[in-house]
Design a protein around this ligand. Structure first.
Ligand code: ADP
Ligand code: MG
Length: 236
């Protein structure tokens, strides 16, 4: 026996909801715009007709050793504890607080008695590339490094702990006439946290991520860039 639960944005037509979460369905319609491979595959979908924007579809996977055995099943401890539902709700709250995060479109939980699988559909940030992709090709201006620092500060000022704050989860979107906008992604397992003690460690995690990508992807990142980011972080 399995049960399916959905949460969705009011804009979403509510028929055939299961199709929204089925990459094969979008493939048949020739509506796959691209994909990114991390732990799993994030599909970029042409959904403008259905939801007024294109979207990114992600299935939730486990990490670690356990994840190799049970790839995408999680212990069910209540609907509001499910990963996709929590990320959907957090994104909605962050959006309301004015943070630059994609709008959540729909979340799905497929459950049996003990376990569940989860998926989420969110707004696709058009013409956006993550910092790793960009820094492989070019350096970023001091102004952008400062803006990145300010962005993390904005998140921390709202008491949001980002459990996977890294260079892949910060997106730079090109707008018209040389303008750009920064976005934060990937709020799986993120939460509101009290106090300030965790903030420095959260920043440090981002620093380690940049360091790691120097070796892995030869990104352009210097100690000076980090200092400029910190300047932005501490600038108000
Ligand atoms: N809403 C989005 N708009 C544009 N690009 C996205 C979006 N969501 C994800 N991406 C791209 O796909 C990559 C992987 O997505 P992410 O949600 O971080 O999944 P994971 O890290 O679990 O693989 C991101 O680093 C980013 O480059
Ligand atoms: Mg990510």
């Amino acid at each position: 026996m399995s049960q399916i639960h959905y949460l969705f944005h009011p804009n979403l037509a509510q028929q055939n909801l299961e199709n929204y979460f089925d990459p094969a369905y979008w493939k048949r319609q020739n509506k796959i715009l691209g994909s990114a491979t991390g732990r799993g595959v994030t599909w970029f979908l042409a959904t403008e007709q259905q939801v007024k924007c294109n979207s990114a579809l992600r299935h939730y996977y486990r990490g670690g050793l356990f994840g190799k055995l049970i790839k995408d099943h999680f212990l069910f401890t209540g609907l509001n504890q499910c990963r996709s539902i929590k990320e959907f709700q957090l994104l909605q709250q962050l959006k309301q607080k004015g943070l630059p995060v994609p709008t959540p479109i729909a979340a799905r939980v497929k459950r049996t008695l003990l376990c569940y699988q989860a998926d989420i559909l969110i707004e696709l940030i058009e013409n956006g590339r993550d910092l790793v992709a960009i820094l492989q090709e070019k350096i970023l201006s001091d102004d952008i490094w400062r803006q990145i620092g300010k962005l993390i500060r904005q998140l921390h000022d709202q008491q949001v702990f980002h459990s996977d704050l890294n260079a892949h989860n910060i997106l730079l979107q090109s707008l018209d006439n040389q303008q750009y906008k920064l976005w934060l992604l990937d709020f799986d397992k993120c939460d509101f946290r009290q106090g300030d003690e965790w903030k420095a460690a959260n920043l440090q995690r981002l620093y380690r991520s940049f360091q790691k990508e120097i070796h892995r992807y030869q990104i352009q990142f210097t100690p000076q860039n980090w200092q400029t980011l910190l300047q932005g972080y501490h600038s108000h």
